[in-house]
Design a protein around this ligand. Structure first.
Ligand SMILES: Cc1cc2nc3c(=O)[nH]c(=O)nc-3n(C[C@H](O)[C@H](O)[C@H](O)COP(=O)(O)OP(=O)(O)OC[C@H]3O[C@@H](n4cnc5c(N)ncnc54)[C@H](O)[C@@H]3O)c2cc1C
Length: 458
């Protein structure tokens, strides 16, 4: 590229979700940035805004304050166990290593009020390492990122503007084509970050790559149409783990809000209409979505008591479930069963069984070992449906978040992050560890911006 003639931004960030981390970080490093998003209401519409703002990081000052000893190696070992060893080790290693810097940068440079989630440990994590913000609100997190981007003089944000093509000359990114209400536009650019999320909103791709969850409710951004896949593949990019996804077994009805999995990890359990449990809920909310698909037609219910209700009340999603009339109460098991239309004898027996597992008097035949306290007193039920939250497969990236071709070469200046990139959750739904979505979205964006900054500023 002739640098004298160059009139475009140093970095185009396509997607104002996790991609905003790249925008702010790159601008801090002196790059001019153009952020585009096809959704002008991205602040409330994308997956980052819908998330519960749980970001895993290992070895942070927040963990040290709580006396928690953690390291990138610990995390990689957890990922290894959760995925059965088949995952994107290159990206996972880079993410594990950058996670502390990322979370502390979010606090110190973006102004997020970060704290460590210590109430319980999400399935598969060996220690408390999910960092979050008050209310666990992804919308508040995204809003802070968007404000930081809007304030920076080196960043322009253009919406609605859809990335349709990335141009490359001699293996180096040279520009983008975008579609706006005024028509298509070509913009020269030195580097591009694809942060347009995955393909959860494309039912044909979901049916093709992850048929087990194809009939579930899709609960993510309507703009996750697989644009990065198409654009990357047109440039020869390799793709990996296209069958990987994050499901969630606990979309509360009728509000279609998230009944946090904290309900389960504090000791709640899930039953079908016959009042009995049908699996090990504590294996993980992602894989349990496919398990509960068999009960989707008649419904499933999470059963909790007042202790768990109080413990979950800090989650904004859970408050919304309460406000939406999603929590039904009963004085005891049979009273509750009659209220929600579940078999009373079945629910009573299940309650007694779970108390026995909790006290250690007997072993749960499904293999669940994490129980918390036994349920006592008044009981509550939340009717839930399984859902697909986002896809985890995508463009292959290297340790700098650069998009890699099948040959192993990179397209110079082309990066991918979040749902656009192949994630670190292996295949299917079972490899997903809580936080893997935001870690790849925010973390790969941070890594890409740091690399682009170094590459362009020498
Ligand atoms: C309810 C819910 C809760 C979740 N909770 C968590 C959590 O606590 N922790 C966690 O780690 N993960 C969580 N996840 C997953 C996490 O939200 C996602 O993995 C992550 O936010 C993806 O970020 P992203 O930047 O790739 O995509 P997004 O945040 O969706 O951003 C992509 C942006 O790209 C735009 N776009 C799409 N195509 C184009 C195009 N061609 N041109 C321009 N713009 C385009 C979209 O409009 C969108 O704004 C949750 C997901 C859901 C649905």
């Amino acid at each position: 590229m002739d640098t004298d003639d160059f009139a475009g931004p140093d970095l185009v960030v396509a997607g104002a979700g996790g991609g905003l981390v790249a925008a702010v970080r790159a601008a801090e490093l002196g790059l001019s940035v153009l952020v585009i998003d096809s959704n002008e209401r991205f602040r409330r519409g994308n997956n980052t805004s819908m998330s519960t703002a749980m970001i895993p990081a290992m070895g942070t000052r927040y963990q040290r304050e709580q006396g928690i000893d953690d390291s990138p190696e610990n995390f990689l070992s957890d990922v290894d166990k959760k995925t059965g060893g088949d995952f994107n080790r290159v990206a996972a290693t880079s993410l594990a290593e950058v996670s502390t810097e990322l979370v502390e940068w979010l606090a110190d440079h973006v102004g997020l009020e970060i704290s460590l989630m210590t109430d319980f440990i999400y399935p598969g994590h060996s220690v408390a390492r999910c960092h979050t913000i008050p209310g666990h609100s992804g919308a508040a997190m995204l809003s802070s990122l968007a404000s930081a981007a809007e304030k920076h003089e080196l960043i322009d944000i253009l919406t609605p503007a859809t990335l349709t093509e990335v141009q490359a000359t001699d293996g180096q990114v040279s520009g983008v084509v975008i579609s706006t209400p005024d028509g298509p536009e070509e913009i020269p650019a030195r580097a591009v970050l694809l942060a347009t999320n995955g393909y959860g909103a494309d039912p044909r791709l979901v049916e093709r790559y992850m048929p087990e969850i194809a009939g579930a409710i899709y609960y993510g951004s309507e703009h996750s149409r697989g644009d990065a896949l198409r654009i990357g593949e047109s440039l020869g990019a390799a793709v990996d783990f296209l069958d990987a996804y994050q499901g969630h077994a606990a979309l509360a009805m009728p509000s279609a809000m998230l009944a946090t999995w904290a309900t389960i990890m504090h000791g709640g359990f899930m039953v079908g209409r016959d009042g009995t449990r049908y699996g090990n809920e504590a294996s993980g909310y992602s894989e349990y979505a496919a398990v509960s698909m068999a009960h989707a037609a008649e419904g499933s219910w999470i059963i909790i008591d007042e202790r768990i209700y109080d413990a979950c009340s800090g989650f904004q999603d859970f408050k919304d479930v309460i406000d939406g009339g999603g929590v039904k109460w009963g004085d005891n098991a049979s009273d509750l069963a009659l209220t929600i239309g579940v078999d009373p004898a079945g629910l009573q027996q299940t309650l007694e069984d779970t108390r026995s597992y909790t006290s250690g008097a007997s072993k749960d035949p499904t293999g669940r070992s994490v129980w918390g306290e036994p349920l006592t007193g008044r009981l509550a039920a939340i009717r839930v449906q399984p859902a697909l939250f986002h896809t985890q497969g995508g463009l292959r990236v290297d340790e700098h978040a650069r998009v890699v071709k099948e040959s192993g070469d990179v397209v110079q200046g082309l990066y991918a992050a979040g749902g656009a990139a192949a994630g670190i959750s292996g295949h299917g739904a079972a490899g997903y560890l809580a936080g893997n979505g935001l870690l790849t979205a925010l973390g790969l964006s941070y890594i890409a911006a740091t690399h682009a900054g170094a590459a362009q500023q020498g």
